[in-house]
Design a protein around this ligand. Structure first.
Ligand SMILES: C[S@@+](CC[C@H](N)C(=O)[O-])C[C@H]1O[C@@H](n2cnc3c(N)ncnc32)[C@H](O)[C@@H]1O
Length: 284
């Protein structure tokens, strides 16, 4: 069958699950990944064909997409802050909102005296997307990262190697730490923050396939990670050290109150491109 013909069939079969634009974008992502062909190649050569073997692969993609498995897991990769990251069912798929947090940290800290090392700790690193992007873009940064999941850390380690940066990864449960082993200029975290009461808003592709360890917190103590990390930051941030968090969009006020009560200074709450409260910063 000609690839162009198959494209029409592919989009039609996915129509109960995705709009045509999204289904088409999946088609081209798979085409590029599996056949090294781009949209323009198809436009220039209407006669391109799939072999019988190709159909087996495409049908498997189609079946998984119908189950709403995220395309990033099917391809085993995604892009974050201009870098390629391996992703799998053990790590959260990095979000564009998190790129905004990374951008904020880079912009605020790139002008620091280049001869001075900046020690950064990323808590709940997952795929390593925050830690690795900071290491890549802040040349004087020495980056450390913690996660409680060994499988997530294994993925993050491969991502650091593939992106040619040096990050020190540590397997730790942050909720069990009373103090960190060293002091840092910057502590950043995008910890689990989705409450069970928000599950109804979560799409099936997230709920069924992304790791719940990375997403959910108890409704009765939604800020458990933030409180713990802020307490550790009080003890382990160096002079003028900064704490950055990605936050639950509904808890901007609660997060501001928490940092104020703990006497953090220069607290700044920021919105993401969708106009939701999404990140906060405070200085020690
Ligand atoms: C929301 S994900 C963030 C992943 C990644 N930093 C990102 O921004 O895409 C939260 C991460 O925290 C980790 N985590 C959950 N509980 C933890 C704990 N008690 N101690 C350390 N890490 C934890 C999860 O394994 C997950 O990788």
């Amino acid at each position: 069958m000609k690839i162009k013909q198959y494209r029409t069939q592919f989009i039609k079969e996915l129509s109960p699950f995705y709009d045509a634009y999204e289904a088409e974008s999946f088609f081209y992502l798979i085409l590029e990944d599996k056949h090294r062909l781009r949209q323009i190649d198809l436009a220039l050569n209407h006669e391109l064909n799939f072999s019988e073997k190709d159909f087996v692969v495409w049908d498997s993609f189609l079946n998984q997409l119908k189950k709403e498995v995220p395309i990033q897991y099917l391809l085993g990769k995604t892009s974050f802050y201009g870098l390629d990251f391996e992703v799998n069912e053990n790590v959260l798929i990095p979000r564009p909102e998190t790129e905004e947090l990374v951008e904020w940290i880079i912009n605020e800290n790139k002008k620091i005296d280049k001869s001075k090392e900046i020690k950064i700790l990323d808590i709940g690193t997952g795929s390593g997307c925050i830690a690795i992007s900071l290491a890549k873009n802040l040349p004087n940064a020495k980056v450390y990262a913690i996660d409680v999941s060994k499988k997530a850390l294994d993925t993050a380690k491969r991502n650091a190697i593939n992106n040619k940066v040096d990050v020190t990864f540590m397997l730790k449960n942050i909720l069990e730490l009373e103090i960190l082993k060293s002091d840092y200029d910057i502590i950043v975290s995008n910890p689990p923050y989705v409450r069970n009461l928000e599950k109804a808003e979560i799409k099936k592709n997230v709920l069924d396939f992304e790791p719940h360890l990375a997403l959910f917190v108890d409704d009765n103590d939604a800020l458990v990670f933030y409180r713990k990390i802020a307490e550790l930051a009080e003890k382990n941030l160096l002079e003028n050290g900064k704490l950055y968090f990605e936050i639950n969009q509904y808890l901007g006020k609660e997060m501001t109150d928490l940092l104020e009560k703990m006497n953090f200074k220069n607290i700044e709450l920021r919105k993401d491109i969708y106009d939701n409260d999404r990140m906060i910063k405070g200085n020690i």
